[in-house]
Design a protein around this ligand. Structure first.
Ligand code: PXL
Length: 278
């Protein structure tokens, strides 16, 4: 009998129960792209960290037993995609997970979630970016924004007024961290465009994709972008094409939220756009 074998990704990320980021974004988006999405939750938060008074339940102790169960069963993944990690120990555990589950054809996508707008996220310590470099070394693709790039490279953050040569220099330095491909997100050379700069380290190929710039800020758009990229790349899209799809989809989700931006500051209405991915 003929059957359709689904590709399978595992998303390693937290569950922010309210707030539309991390796993509550990764699961629907990756599923909408026709990829089975297993999850390895790293923490449960009542809401993401931009909400006052959020609770945080660390799930570090669960990572190893879950991995061991999967390993015993011989479970396999086409893609390992990691995002927000809550501690230095979790970075170590994710590195072990990759060593255990990375097969010859497994794609490892590391979104080195560290910060935004030039600042490290609230509950990360100064030594966190250095540890994150170890995961970047194991990645096929890393997807930092400009803040994360500067934190990973211990460089001063430059958020605007930079040149394309500066972006290429950042990509070259990021390449030295050891991943095969890099997508630098949130890159802009003019007021109308905000896009992604891609570098294939093996081919030495640089491309820039200028997305549409929308003058509004919502939380979780980095996760919408990375989840769309992870789903599309798993599906077999070439890496710059997956980056373009993710950019256009994120813009669409932001546009779908603009009518209600005061109430919806915490995330984008990606639900209205999922049909476009199917
Ligand atoms: O979107 C990144 C992210 C993921 N998970 C949690 C966060 C954030 C960003 O602030 O707080 C818990």
């Amino acid at each position: 009998m003929k059957f359709m074998k689904l590709k399978r990704a595992v998303a390693i990320n937290d569950i922010s129960c309210i707030g539309k980021c991390s796993l509550t974004v990764a699961l629907p988006i990756i599923s909408a792209l026709g990829i089975e999405c297993a999850v390895l939750p790293t923490a449960v938060l009542s809401a993401h960290t931009a909400f006052d008074g959020f609770t945080f339940c660390d799930l570090t102790s669960q990572i190893k037993p879950v991995s061991e169960h999967w390993s015993k069963r011989g479970e396999e993944f086409d893609t390992i995609y990691s995002g927000y990690l809550g501690s230095l120990t979790q970075i170590e555990l994710v590195a072990d997970f990759i060593k255990t589950f990375k097969g010859d054809d497994t794609k490892v996508i590391i979104d080195p979630v560290l910060g935004d707008h030039g600042r490290l996220y609230a509950n990360f310590t100064e030594d966190f970016p250095k540890e994150m470099r170890k995961l970047c070394k194991m990645a096929d693709v890393i997807t930092p924004n400009l803040t994360e790039a500067s934190l990973l490279l211990s460089r001063e953050y430059v958020g605007e007024g930079y040149t394309e040569d500066y972006i290429k220099e950042l990509l070259c330095e990021l390449a030295s961290l050891g991943s095969k491909k890099i997508v630098l997100t949130g890159v802009s050379f003019d007021e109308k465009r905000l896009g992604v700069a891609c570098y294939d380290c093996e081919k030495g190929e640089y491309t820039y994709y200028p997305g549409e710039r929308i003058e509004s800020m919502f939380h979780g758009t980095g996760d919408v972008w990375a989840s769309t990229f992870a789903g599309a790349y798993t599906k077999g899209y070439e890496f710059t094409k997956a980056a373009q799809l993710a950019t256009d989809f994120t813009v669409k989700c932001i546009k779908a939220t603009l009518d209600d931006k005061e109430n919806h500051w915490y995330g984008v209405k990606f639900e209205l756009c999922l049909k476009d991915l199917m």
